[in-house]
Design a protein around this ligand. Structure first.
Ligand code: NAP
Ligand code: ZN
Ligand code: ZN
Length: 353
């Protein structure tokens, strides 16, 4: 199937129109016409090969909401015309222990990423949602519950599940105190979801101007992380800190703000942190952890929860032609709070392909 999309051809080239071939649908495949695709900082990292494993051409996009255009013979969960969604994974081995436990993101053979991965059967590269159509096995396609705003729903497929999963794993509820570091795409979903679970929520930010938005998004308290006095005022507080910062940063100032048995979980940074002092960890049995996206069943749970509570991302809708400018703004933390591409704009690129 010939598909139009936008791709990075190498780590320094801007994204540009790209026409490519998708595999023919298999019997368990669901094909979607992409309506909206969120823009995650991981798209930028991988377009620029920040993590060192990008293969080109690279078509980003893993926050995908679309309409089903075709289903294979064995598909039972979807029919043409349905709204459906695809997140960060399109396959996994399905038989290892994590897969059987609904933790496909931790598949022992590695999950198949929606883009910058390789199909398990034909070993061809996978291409993401900055494109007209995408297809995946029905077991990796999500239902879009009634009532969700489609633009605001797209970012739930990565920013939503990546913050929901640690909130659920660490049993966050109305007795919990949660902090989020960084108010971007993940951070703003972290505030909304932690608040909706009943927790008392704090934002740590480097940006003085984000306080009013943070409170509107669900924060009870906002702490400027560069202000030692403000940091001191929240010592021994948090059961869980979700660290969404994408780049190397010092975690020493945050560790003393964890409560007894509290956990700081990295969801942002892939890489090294500068040295950290273990004393605050010992004296209050604190932990440092990491968490990757979330399983398929938990992603559906999060979508259903969001529909029930009326939660969606705060989005700025862009045309695909504006994607390189959006990346520049994301690099400067100038996102309120997720760019979402209206994929209808891709049609304008069609004549040039
Ligand atoms: P984003 O929208 O760009 O937000 C990141 C926020 O972090 C910024 O708004 C800023 O908030 C803060 N920040 C940025 N650069 C910083 C720096 N150098 N030092 C301190 N703070 C900084 O990014 P996102 O889409 O939320 O993604 C965040 C990270 O999570 C990315 O690295 C992404 O690749 C990763 N990610 C991981 C998973 C996973 O499965 N674990 C899933 C999705 C994304 P303030 O202005 O408030 O300080
Ligand atoms: Zn993402
Ligand atoms: Zn597996």
């Amino acid at each position: 199937m010939k598909v139009l999309g936008y791709a990075a051809q190498n780590p320094t080239a801007p994204l540009a129109p790209y026409s490519f071939e998708r595999r023919e649908p298999r019997s368990d495949d669901v094909t979607l016409e992409v309506l909206y695709c969120g823009v995650c900082h991981s798209d930028l990292h991988q377009a620029r090969n920040d993590w060192g494993f990008s293969t080109y051409p690279l078509v980003p996009g893993h926050e995908i909401v679309g309409r089903v255009t075709a289903v294979g013979d064995s598909v039972t969960k979807f029919k043409p015309g349905d709204l459906a969604a695809i997140g960060c994974m399109v396959d996994s081995c399905r038989v290892c222990s994590p897969c059987k436990d609904g933790l496909e993101q931790y598949c022992e053979e590695g999950n198949v990423q929606t883009y910058n991965g390789h199909d398990r059967h034909d070993h061809q590269p996978t291409y993401g949602g900055y494109s007209q159509f995408i297809l995946a096995s029905q077991d990796f396609v999500l239902r879009v519950p009634d009532g969700l705003d489609l633009k605001g729903a797209a970012p739930l497929l990565c920013a939503g599940i990546t913050t929901w999963s640690p909130l659920r794993h660490w049993n966050i509820d109305e007795n919990s105190k949660v902090a989020v570091i960084g108010l971007g795409g993940l951070g703003h979903m972290g505030l909304k979801l932690a608040h909706a679970l009943g927790a008392e929520v704090t934002l740590f930010t480097r940006s003085a101007g984000k306080e009013a938005d943070a409170r509107r998004l669900g924060a009870n308290n906002v702490v400027l992380s560069s202000d030692a006095k403000q940091m001191e005022s929240v010592k021994n507080q948090f059961d869980l800190i979700i660290d969404t910062v994408p780049y190397e940063h010092d975690i020493n100032p945050y560790l003393p703000t964890l409560a007894l048995d509290g956990t700081l979980v990295f969801v942002g940074l892939l890489g090294d942190v500068p040295q950290f002092n273990t004393v605050p960890m010992l004296i209050n049995r604190r932990s440092i952890a990491g968490s990757a996206i979330g399983g398929i069943a938990q992603t559906q749970e999060m979508l259903d929860f969001c529909a029930e509570k009326g939660i969606a991302a705060d989005v700025e809708v862009i045309n695909i032609q504006d994607i390189n400018h959006a990346y520049e703004r994301m690099q400067k933390s100038d996102v309120k709070y997720r760019f979402v591409i209206d994929m209808a704009s891709l049609q304008a690129a069609a004549p040039t392909l």
